[in-house]
Structure formats: C-alpha cells, structure tokens
Design a binder for this molecule. Structure first.
Ligand code: NAD
Length: 267
C-alpha cells in the first residue's frame, strides 16, 4: 500500500528523527510537526512548528495528510497536569483533526509502561487489563482509550503501538527484554501506517525479537511485521546480564518504584 502524505507529530524527537529519515524515501510527502523548530531535509518534507495544545494549529497542520503518526508528547514520568495537557489533550486534538479531515489511519505512540506492573515472568498480551507503572503510563492508557473511542464512535482506523525501549543499542539489563531497535521501530511503524483499512482498532507491543522479551509479538493478521533484532546479541556488552532475574519483579523495573513517581507529587 502506498503511504501517500504522512504527518508525523514529535518529528524532532528521538523516534521521529529516525522514522522521518526512513519514510521520506517512501512517502509522497511528509508533514513534520513539533514545537521544536525543524528544517526540511528533502524536497518532499514540509515542516510546521506547532504546539499540540493548540487544536486549531494542529488541525491546519494535518490538512492534506492521508495518515498520521502521533509521536509528540512527554515521554516519561512528569506531573499529571503536564501529562494530561500534552499526552491526553494533545492526542485528542490530533484525533479530532483526523476525524474532521477524514484521515485514513492514525498511529498512536503508546507505551509498554501501561502494563509495567505485570511480573517479569508473565508473558503479557495486549488484551490483558492495564497495570500502569506511573502517571506517564496512566496518560498512555488514556491515549489508547481515546483511540478506541474514535474508532468505535467515529469509524477512524487507529493502531496503538506500545513501544518498548527505543535505543540504538541495548545498554541496560532491562533492555534485554524491552529493546526496540531503530530498524524494528521503522518496521512496526510502516506496518501500522499501511495496515488495511479494515483494521479499525488494534493495540500491539512494538518490541524487537528479544529472546528474553515478556510481551507478545503482534498477531500477523493484525499487524504484518515480524521483528528482526534480538538484544541477546549485545548481552556481553551489558553489565550484570549473568545475574539471575526475579520473575516476580515488575516488568517496569526501576520505573515501578514509588520514588520514581513521588518526585512528581507534592510532599
Ligand atoms: N523512546 C522510547 O523508548 C519510548 C517508549 C515508549 C513510548 N514512547 C513514546 O513515543 C513517542 C516518541 O518518543 P521519543 O523517545 O521520540 O520522545 P522525544 O521526547 O525524543 O520526542 C517527543 C517530541 O515531542 C515533542 N513535543 C513534546 N511536547 C510537545 C507539544 N506540546 N507540542 C508539540 N510537540 C511536542 C518534543 O519537542 C519532541 O520532539 C512519545 O509519545 C513517547 O511517549 C517512547
């Protein structure tokens, strides 16, 4: 399936920069949005400086897009007010703009952190109840719920990617389970953007083919991408990988600790 015009929010970020470079060779046109200034790097790139809190600006920036990849947002633990404003309201603005413009497909950046409290020994699938490991995870639960609402109520086609740990290389023990390589990130995103329109709504984990992963890979009838990379090949470069892991410990590792959230709460 042809990509047509793809709008990418958060295009200046870690994932956005990598995906932008890959998709510019495949899409007819890229509309790149971020609140951080961007410069066009190819003839088929249009850049827009837009804050996701500005619904009107989001709508006019997305005009003409066939598909939207919504990556923009606060990517980690933060005060709930900020997460609600940027991640939740910002996603609402993107979905509203897509509804009003009749955009074919919206791909939402969710996170593995919506289920971070499942035990590391539990192989977790996308249909199990959420167990967010912090306020950031709660905001991504709301992002997924908004996507489901817009699919059910307004017939948009929405795919939520529960992104693992996007890193050029795995660097910590947890990454042996959670790593998402750039190559696999591009593969998942391309597959989500081009999945048939009959896919009205889906949530999948986007993780590399890590031997020690604790998330289900997508059902190929839902998302046609099989990941390639395995963090295990880098294990010898990561300190402490020979130590035993506790199968009862939360998948989120340090993110599940109270201190991780307490620093964003009033004492
Ligand atoms: N990197 C990961 O490992 C990972 C894991 C799970 C989920 N995710 C999700 O994927 C997405 C991209 O992650 P990333 O690592 O590239 O993050 P990033 O912080 O590098 O990029 C996010 C981008 O969003 C932009 N942004 C933030 N607030 C904005 C606003 N109000 N208006 C417009 N733009 C705004 C930032 O300027 C930034 O360029 C995020 O939604 C994140 O929550 C990332």
């Amino acid at each position: 399936m042809k990509l047509g015009t793809v709008a990418i929010t958060g295009a200046a970020g870690n994932i956005g920069s990598v995906v932008r470079e890959a998709l510019r060779r495949e899409a007819a046109r890229l509309i790149l949005l971020d609140r951080a200034p961007l410069r066009p790097e190819a003839e088929n790139e249009d850049v827009r400086t837009v804050d996701l809190s500005d619904a009107t600006a989001v709508e006019s920036a997305l005009a003409g897009a066939d598909r939207v990849l919504h990556l923009g947002g606060v990517p980690d633990e933060a005060p709930l007010r900020d997460l609600l404003e940027v991640n939740v309201l910002g996603t609402h603005h993107v979905l509203e703009a897509a509804r009003r413009a009749g955009i074919e497909r919206v791909v939402l950046a969710s996170s593995n952190r919506v289920t971070g409290f499942y035990a590391a020994g539990h192989h977790t699938g996308p249909h199990e109840p959420v167990r967010p490991d912090g306020l950031y995870g709660v905001s991504k639960v709301a992002v997924e719920a908004l996507g489901q609402l817009y699919a059910d109520k307004f017939g948009l086609s929405v795919i939520c990617l529960r992104i693992g740990s996007f890193e050029h290389r795995p660097t910590g023990r947890r990454h042996l389970a959670t790593w998402l390589s750039p190559r696999d990130a591009i593969g998942y995103i391309r597959a989500a953007l081009t999945a048939p329109p009959s896919t009205r709504f889906a949530t999948v984990y986007a993780v590399s083919a890590n031997t020690r992963r604790f998330w289900e890979l997508p059902d190929p009838t839902v998302l046609a991408y099989t990941p390639i990379d395995d963090a295990e090949l880098h294990a010898r470069d990561i300190p402490g990988t020979d130590l035993p892991t506790d199968p009862a410990a939360p998948q989120a590792g340090p993110y599940a600790l109270p201190e991780f959230t307490l620093k964003h709460l009033r004492r």
